[in-house]
Design a binder for this molecule. Structure first.
Ligand code: ATP
Ligand code: MG
Length: 293
């Protein structure tokens, strides 16, 4: 598979003027107002949050942290402490444009499901969304159990439990409710902190590689910085060696990590970064955590 092909696939496909126009004029779908989420008095309660409350995972929504392309992040409280609720956008609002590249090589046994997903029917989109949520939980549980610095998933580890929170993924909040951890892309680092963060980020990518994974979107935008520790986030697009694009995705991760770290004055090119990650992947694995069923 040529890199050129991959780049084409990965670049924004929505450049046609009529599409751009549509995005500009239309109120973004999938935004849920904080008022509607918190409310006791304010009228209609958001059904996802209500379900999370009913299931006992959330007792209170504290604040909307960040509204992004694919998901909105909320700070909430639950029985296990502060929760980050990653609420995937409503189906129509999501492009799924990069979905294909990451899903390639995955085997979908059910032919009907496969056709529905490829056809992007409503049913198909629901299946894709449920697939992303389940994938993110499954990856979080696996990586957390393997001892990596990722947020602790707060529902599961049984898929029966965590699929009930679709379209939301619940994990431990990194940082505090007042000051959630910044992304490395936003953090102000001293030169020493920058070297430390770079070093940990290389280790993190190496730990993933040792387990046979490429993150698929590995850069300072998906690395949190809190108490001198780097935490890796955002896992639905994690890919395995089975994916025919694996090597390209790995190379691209190394490239974006190196590029995104330049603002911190730590430098390496993509090639050297990849070689260093591969070297470290032969080293010592982190200590696994005990995950109780
Ligand atoms: N466990 C966490 N603790 C604290 N903050 C978090 C946590 N997980 C995610 N965040 C915050 O929420 C944002 C969105 O999360 P994530 O990167 O997983 O979603 P995304 O689909 O990439 O959304 P976006 O398009 O906004 O980047 C992150 O950039 C980060 O600021
Ligand atoms: Mg992200």
């Amino acid at each position: 598979m040529s890199a050129r092909w991959l780049e084409d696939e990965l670049s924004d496909a929505d450049t046609r003027p009529e599409r751009r126009q549509k995005h500009k004029t239309k109120k973004p779908l999938g935004r849920r107002r904080l008022a509607a989420l918190r409310n006791e008095e304010e009228g209609e309660q958001d059904d996802v949050i209500r379900r999370l409350r009913d299931l006992g995972h959330v007792t209170e929504v504290v604040a909307e942290l960040k509204s992004g392309k694919e998901a909105t992040a909320y700070v909430a409280r639950g029985p296990k402490g502060s929760v980050l609720v990653k609420l995937y956008r409503e189906l129509e609002a999501r492009s799924f444009k990069r979905d294909g590249v990451y899903r390639e090589g995955q085997v979908i046994l059910d032919e009907r499901a496969k056709r529905a997903m490829e056809g992007r029917s409503r049913k198909g989109l629901e299946m894709l969304q449920a697939g992303w949520v389940a994938a993110e939980y499954a990856h979080l549980w696996h990586l957390w159990g393997a001892g990596l610095n990722v947020p602790e998933p707060l529902v599961g580890p049984s898929p029966y439990e965590y699929t009930q929170t679709t379209p939301a993924v619940l994990m431990r909040l990194i940082g505090s409710e007042d000051t959630p951890a910044p992304r490395l892309s936003d953090a102000a680092l001293t030169p020493e902190e920058a070297r430390n963060a770079w070093n940990q980020s290389l280790d993190g990518m190496a730990h993933l590689l040792r387990l046979g994974y490429a993150h698929g979107d590995y850069s300072t935008y998906n690395l949190l910085w809190w108490e001198n520790t780097v935490t890796i986030i955002d896992f639905p697009q994690l890919t395995t060696r089975q994916n025919p694009n694996f090597k390209e995705l790995l190379r691209r991760d190394a490239e974006s990590l190196a590029t995104s770290f330049r603002r911190h004055g730590v430098g390496a090119n993509g090639e050297a970064t990849l070689r260093e990650v591969q070297r470290r992947a032969l080293g010592v694995a982190p200590t696994p955590r005990v995950v109780l069923p």
